[in-house]
Ligand binder design. Structure first.
Ligand code: THU
Length: 145
């Protein structure tokens, strides 16, 4: 498989996850496919809630599935999202999801693939989306309590 075919496959898995989105409040359905260093792929969709704030984004669903299964090293994530099934634009991860990515990924190398179709996508490094981030390495400076 070429790199292009591989990325296209990841985007298709993000669309597959999007088909399971639970978004009765925003009608904005999102999907993600997270590739781990060991080759495993974890899918996620957004899951909304009547109380609104318990809502979980597609990206975090994928990360939390992976971490709860014991997987922590990741190389890239594909993200898709659009409103009421209309053709969408590139859907960038929210700030909270970027922070979760920074907890488990190398910001210099982790690739965030924003897709509006399997053929149309942009690839950004996490560092571009979250410059000057606060991460686990900063906490190592803290005095143990
Ligand atoms: N959402 C995601 O799942 N990922 C993003 O990157 C942006 C927003 C979800 C949260 C909510 O269910 C809906 O999209 C509208 O904000």
């Amino acid at each position: 498989m070429t790199r292009e075919e591989h990325i296209r496959h990841l985007i298709e898995l993000a669309y597959d996850a999007q088909s399971r989105s639970y978004c009765p409040y925003s009608h904005f359905a999102t999907g993600a496919a997270l590739e781990a260093e060991n080759g495993q792929i974890f899918q996620g969709c957004n899951i909304e809630n009547a109380a609104y704030s318990p809502t979980n984004c597609a990206e975090r669903t994928a990360f939390f599935k992976a971490v709860s299964e014991g997987v922590r090293g990741f190389v890239r994530i594909a993200v898709v999202g659009n409103y009421q099934g209309k053709p969408g634009d590139f859907c960038a991860p929210c700030g909270v999801c970027r922070q979760v990515m920074a907890e488990f990924c190398d910001v210099e190398s982790f690739e965030v693939i924003l897709a509006r179709s399997p053929e149309e996508y942009r690839i950004l490094r996490l560092k571009e989306l979250l410059p000057e981030h606060f991460g686990p390495e900063d906490m190592k400076l803290a005095e143990p309590v």
